[in-house]
Design a protein around this ligand. Structure first.
Ligand code: NAI
Length: 515
């Protein structure tokens, strides 16, 4: 363990949203923290913000007032950068501009001894670029916290070309000692989280753009069925469309226009209109006092008796659904798992299948299934209160009603959406997994760190690679292949790592295993 001990002083430069939060985290971990900002008023405001935040913890009995006083006593306003000379670590949390950051670090090299670690909280600038021109670029590292820093667990420890492994390890261990979950990342655009998370927004925007679903229904499906804490549209409204759109554009530009990160015209329209989300009282949702309650497009109850269910094929991707079918009383359930292809659930005239990356309409023709109804991926079919389904154009309305009644019998709200490839949760999870796998393929991080980053940086219910393991890499592979065929776009190209592991018949988490 090489964590900086609490006896060592920390400097934080920039006392805004993130700087104040980071200073609080370090002070709560026992360090003396010098907080500097170009604006003395910003330091006062930052300290006041920390103090009122800690007061709330005291009021809720989560911290004693003595403890709060001790934490506040360790936070010192610096009037001059030179007061940071004794710090073992200086974290830069200033405006997101390369030249301003470079200037600051050059000044710090004159002030601090050569073994002081210099860290940047940048979310989008290359650590290699920030370090370029320093006398000791090896001691500069990315220490990327998430907002709000005292609450969000993740810290990405980002190494540029020159960063020494010892410095990265010290920051990793220090972040861990501060109660955070640390991950290592190579300095590449978006690091881990801001890169892997792009499809969470992009696929949702595309589904809405193509009329697959309305945004509120999609949010409900992602929350209830996907297990995500917030739906993509409410989350974009919270982040602010200007900010979210700018991050997407910066990742897109940084990858030289890779279509995988293509920004959305739907979001651009909101930015153009000044409908930036909660902060302007309007985004996808209306936040004014006069706003009408949002209606989710739930299918009305369908009254049909369920007497017999035939399941034929491989059920591994829908194991939790099969488990609840086995608990149904008064239903004749026949399961024949001895077929290699993904399971079909036959109810009356309807054939239900977990969606892949094809339109149900196309799959219906390709597989010769007349009344095909696709249902979406769920984090857990036993507990999801909701499911999205779509009918192929060839299927009868009667088959659709059979499918609706079936899921209603399982206690689910049913959202019938348009027939789009990968519906809502499936296409999102497949693309998150693809991006995570590609980050691993490009040596940005380990598979384990993809999952740790997405769970702790953006609160995903399960890491995208863990989720892939749960449903089988071949399910993700088929979905991505189908999406690629459906759209004919490079956006859905498979990560070479997925191709390779599928060919080897192995899951991604076996990557490190030696034969
Ligand atoms: P902010 O605007 O709330 O605070 C920035 C502070 O830096 C201001 O108080 C400003 O007076 C001060 N400042 C600007 N130039 C300075 C200089 N040359 N020397 C000293 N102080 C200076 O910004 P925020 O949101 O806290 O972001 C700061 C950094 O953290 C940026 O690099 C941003 O990309 C990164 N970041 C932001 C996140 C967020 O959600 N806001 C999340 C993760 C990283």
């Amino acid at each position: 363990m090489t964590a900086l001990p609490p006896t060592q002083t920390i400097g934080v430069i920039g006392a805004g949203t993130m700087g104040a939060g980071i200073a609080q985290v370090a002070a709560q971990a026992g360090h003396e923290v010098w907080l500097y900002d170009l604006s003395a008023a910003a330091v006062d405001a930052g300290l006041h913000h920390i103090s009122t935040g800690l007061d709330k913890l005291v009021a809720r009995g989560k911290m004693t007032s003595d403890h709060k006083d001790a934490v506040m006593g360790r936070l010192k306003p610096a009037q001059d950068l030179a007061q940071l000379a004794n710090a073992a670590l200086v974290v830069e949390v200033i405006v997101e501009k390369l030249d301003v950051k470079q200037d600051l670090f050059k000044k710090l090299e004159d002030i601090c001894p050569s073994d002081t670690i210099l860290a940047s909280n940048t979310s989008s600038i290359s650590i290699t670029s920030i370090a370029a021109g320093l006398t000791h670029p090896e001691r500069l590292v990315g220490m990327h916290f998430f907002n709000p820093a005292p609450i969000m667990k993740l810290v990405e420890v980002v190494s540029g070309l020159a960063t020494s492994q010892d410095v990265a390890t010290t920051i990793y261990d220090t972040a861990t000692a501060w109660g955070k979950k640390a991950v290592y990342a190579k300095s590449t655009p978006g690091f881990i989280v801001n890169r892997v998370a792009r499809p969470f927004y992009a696929e949702a925007l595309r589904v809405v753009q193509e009329g697959g679903s309305d945004f509120a229904t999609l949010d409900a499906v992602m929350r209830d069925c996907g297990g995500f804490r917030m739906g993509p549209f409410e989350l974009m409204d919270l982040i602010g469309h200007d900010v979210n759109y700018a991050v997407t554009n910066s990742v897109f530009d940084a990858y030289y226009g890779d279509p995988r990160f293509l920004p959305s015209l739907v979001q651009k329209e909101l930015v153009n209109a000044g409908r930036l989300g909660r902060k302007t009282n309007a985004g996808f949702y209306d936040y004014q006092d006069t706003a009408q309650p949002i209606k989710i497009n739930d299918y009305p109850p369908v009254n049909r008796s369920l007497e017999r269910i035939d399941v034929v094929g491989d059920c591994s991707a829908i194991a939790s659904l099969i488990a609840i079918l086995k608990t149904l009383e008064g239903v004749d359930l026949q399961i024949d798992e001895n077929r290699a292809k993904p399971a079909e659930i036959k109810i009356g005239s309807a054939v239900l299948k977990l969606c892949d990356g094809r339109f149900a309409t196309v799959r219906s023709r390709e597989e010769g299934i007349e009344n095909l109804i696709h249902f979406d991926l769920a984090l857990d079919y036993a507990t999801t209160p909701r499911i999205a389904i779509a009918k192929s154009l060839q299927a009868t309305n009667d088959a659709l009603l059979e499918a609706v009644a079936f899921f209603q019998r399982l206690g689910k709200q049913v959202n019938v959406i348009e027939d789009l490839p990968g519906l809502i949760v499936m296409r999102t999870v497949a693309m998150l997994a693809n991006e995570g796998a590609d980050a691993v393929h490009q040596q940005v991080c380990s598979p384990q760190d993809v999952d740790i980053a997405m769970k702790n940086g953006v609160n995903y219910p399960i890491g995208p690679l863990q989720w892939t393991k749960r449903i089988g890499l071949s399910t993700v592979y088929e979905t991505l292949k189908g999406l690629g065929q459906s759209y004919g776009e490079d956006r859905y190209r498979l990560s070479p790592l997925i191709l390779k592991m599928v060919a080897a018949g192995r899951e991604l988490d076996t990557l490190a295993e030696k034969d």
